[in-house]
Ligand binder design. Structure first.
Ligand SMILES: [Zn+2]
Length: 168
């Protein structure tokens, strides 16, 4: 399991209570059918996904991403139901500590920017006007997945951490 220490390396410790926006990179290792809270049953095909969120409450980014990485928790957000599956794993995260709430801006930019992006309707967007905050990226290789997303979020100057080198 990836620890929060590896997520926020020493050079970034000053961000530890910071609020901001994040993108989590998810690998779904096989097709799964899950009940996603109020959305009901949804099918997730094998592949790569991103989820865009923001953390402006107490604890900020660290607490929020830590929560996403933790297995034991009450299922509350749509994303909790997906990450509760043993077939869905966070493999990387990008974040920016910024007072401006960027999650919807980034989400909508990503929708526009590539034919490889497929939104999962209404997922994570109950409180906003976005089509979805969860997107499947139609790439076969992990490095292509990273490349596509990192080029899209480049203007936001996010810090990117790949967990796959740390995972056993
Ligand atoms: Zn939104």
């Amino acid at each position: 399991m990836t620890s929060i220490q590896t997520l926020f390396s020493s050079s970034n410790l000053h961000l530890s209570n910071a609020s901001g926006t994040y993108v989590i990179f998810i690998d779904v290792s096989k097709e799964i059918l899950l009940k996603i809270g109020s959305l009901g049953e949804m099918k997730f095909s094998k592949g790569y996904y991103i989820y865009i969120g923001s953390a402006f409450g107490p604890g900020g980014l660290v607490k929020r991403v830590e929560r996403h990485l933790r297995n034991e928790k009450k299922l509350f957000w749509h994303i909790d139901y997906l990450l509760n599956s043993s077939s869905a794993k966070i493999i990387a995260v990008a974040w920016i500590a910024d007072r401006q709430k960027l999650e919807c801006i980034i989400s909508q930019e990503i929708d526009k920017s590539s034919p490889l992006v497929k939104s999962l309707l209404h997922f994570g967007s109950s409180d906003c006007k976005c089509t979805s905050h969860l997107k499947q990226i139609k790439t076969k290789l992990r490095r292509d997945f990273y490349k596509v997303i990192l080029s899209m979020i480049e203007p936001y100057d996010m810090i990117f951490e790949d967990f796959t080198n740390n995972l056993s």
